[in-house]
Design a binder for this molecule. Structure first.
Ligand SMILES: Cc1cc2nc3c(=O)[nH]c(=O)nc-3n(C[C@H](O)[C@H](O)[C@H](O)COP(=O)(O)O)c2cc1C
Length: 231
């Protein structure tokens, strides 16, 4: 079969929102509009997750214990889920993020969102989102240096950093996501993993939020001052 190799748009400064506003507005989103996302935006989300930020040393957007980078990142693209630069759609399928070339390598053709939702206790937001990011861990990359501490602490911490970057970049682009940890590992691995050493750790549906969460620094001030008055 003929699999696509998609070069993603080169990462660039694309948003104008401050980091404190992004943190303020970050919420887990579980209702999405039935609309595709732009390839430009998928590109920025993947770069924020695990893309290169120090070309000299190959260091990434997310910190990693000992720079061992145990994670792999996949995009499960739904039918008409991602609009490319020419106004067409990226073919539905499962794609692995190739960090150095900032590219997507297609490993499967077809829309796997329904299968992914079923593998995750039927969480419908996985089915509704145009794209899902799936993160897997190859624990040995870290445990070969740090043993048990790598397994129980460092790899899960690395996953958290990556997940938060995805959350924050999504907000900056007017998109939403939710970190999903509840799923059957083997079933998710069947859909994405390229080898038997990969263990799925997160699913993050990405899409345009059906409603934008509203909050402001004035609300936060009121909350804090109210709590102080009760001291
Ligand atoms: C490790 C982890 C696992 C999670 N798993 C799920 C999940 O399986 N399904 C889901 O809808 N939300 C999941 N969440 C999202 C949390 O429910 C959410 O972060 C929490 O309710 C707080 O809301 P907020 O993210 O809007 O601040 C998970 C979050 C974390 C950090």
């Amino acid at each position: 079969m003929d699999f696509n190799y998609v070069f993603l748009p080169i990462p660039r400064k694309i948003s104008s929102i401050s980091v404190e506003e992004v943190i303020l507005l970050r919420r887990s989103i579980r209702r999405f509009k039935k609309e595709p996302i732009d390839m430009d935006h998928l590109s920025m989300i993947l770069w924020a997750a695990y893309g290169v930020t120090d070309p000299r040393r190959g260091f990434r957007a997310s910190p990693s214990a000992g720079a061992t980078y145990p994670l792999e990142v996949y995009a499960v693209v739904g039918e008409k889920g991602v609009v490319d630069e020419k106004g067409g759609y990226i073919e539905a399928g499962v794609y692995r993020y190739i960090v150095e070339q900032h590219a997507l390598k297609q490993i499967k053709k077809g829309d796997f969102r329904d299968a992914l939702a079923k593998a995750a206790l039927d969480q419908d937001w996985i089915r509704q989102a145009p794209v899902n990011i799936v993160v897997t861990a190859i624990f040995e990359r870290t445990t070969m240096f740090y043993g048990e501490r790598g397994r129980v602490r460092y790899v899960p911490m690395d996953v958290g950093h990556l997940g938060q970057n995805v959350y924050l970049m999504a907000v900056a682009l007017g998109l939403g996501t939710v970190a999903i940890g509840a799923f059957i590992d083997d079933k998710v691995a069947e859909i994405v993993a390229e080898n038997k050493y990969e263990i799925p750790v997160y699913i993050m549906p990405i899409g345009k939020p059906a409603e934008i969460p509203r909050t402001s620094f004035e609300d936060i001030e009121k909350y804090i001052l109210g709590k102080r008055r009760k001291m």
